[in-house]
Design a protein around this ligand. Structure first.
Ligand SMILES: [Fe+2]
Ligand SMILES: [Fe+2]
Length: 217
């Protein structure tokens, strides 16, 4: 498969949609440049996942009347720091800002999200707080997440290259387009259950998201 040409086909389709549905992003962001930069930042598997999340974000955004350009780019770039994190923990410290809170220090699996929110501006020249926040909290969730952040949380989980054991993934892929909020809460609950089985401690943001969105009767 020629991944690069597929990426540009998706780009062309998206730009048709942009003229109809999308509001312009404040900064002048060229999608071709974004894709070229991302290609050298992440490995092939992560690139496929990023494109899958991009495509799913476009579909969800169009379905729910959200900004296609912002949703698509957020999906495309949400894991942009994944390989940087794996190559060297020093990458985390080389960005000139401190993306990690004291709470984050014990959870290296989520550092790529905190770093990715910073790289959005530094590497891709995108200054958009809502996008940065959605990327920053995508592995954990948080209190009172924006609609964009909730869409990313869903798309990251259901995008077409994903497969999970013991997950009602196909049903969630349908549910995401019939009831976004129920789909979001179902995924949140499912991921929490998985984390509780695997991890000794949970990130406080994961617990905050659960307390905020999941009400046990
Ligand atoms: Fe991620
Ligand atoms: Fe992801």
């Amino acid at each position: 498969m020629n991944l690069k040409s597929n990426l540009f086909q998706i780009k062309d389709k998206k730009e048709d949609g942009l003229r109809i549905y999308g509001a312009p992003l404040s900064s002048n962001v060229d999608i071709s440049t974004v894709v070229r930069k991302l290609e050298v930042m992440v490995d092939n598997e992560r690139l496929l996942h990023s494109v899958g999340t991009y495509h799913t974000m476009l579909l969800l955004a169009r379905h729910y009347g959200e900004d296609l350009r912002i949703a698509g780019l957020t999906g495309l770039l949400h894991d942009c720091a994944r390989s940087a994190q794996e190559e060297s923990e020093l990458s985390i410290l080389d960005v000139g800002e401190t993306p990690l809170s004291a709470e984050d220090m014990a959870f290296p699996k989520i550092w790529h999200a905190r770093l990715g929110a910073v790289l959005l501006k530094i590497v891709f020249g995108i200054e958009n707080e809502e996008m940065a926040e959605a990327i920053r909290i995508h592995p954990t969730g948080a209190l009172a997440m924006s609609r964009l952040a909730r869409l990313l949380y869903i798309a990251d989980y259901i995008e077409p290259t994903r497969s999970f054991e013991d997950s009602p993934l196909e049903a969630l892929r349908v549910l995401a387009f019939s009831d976004m909020e129920v789909a979001f809460r179902t995924i949140l609950k499912h991921k929490l259950g998985e984390l509780q089985r695997r991890e000794k401690f949970l990130h406080p943001d994961t617990l905050r998201a659960h307390a905020f969105y999941i009400r046990e009767d």
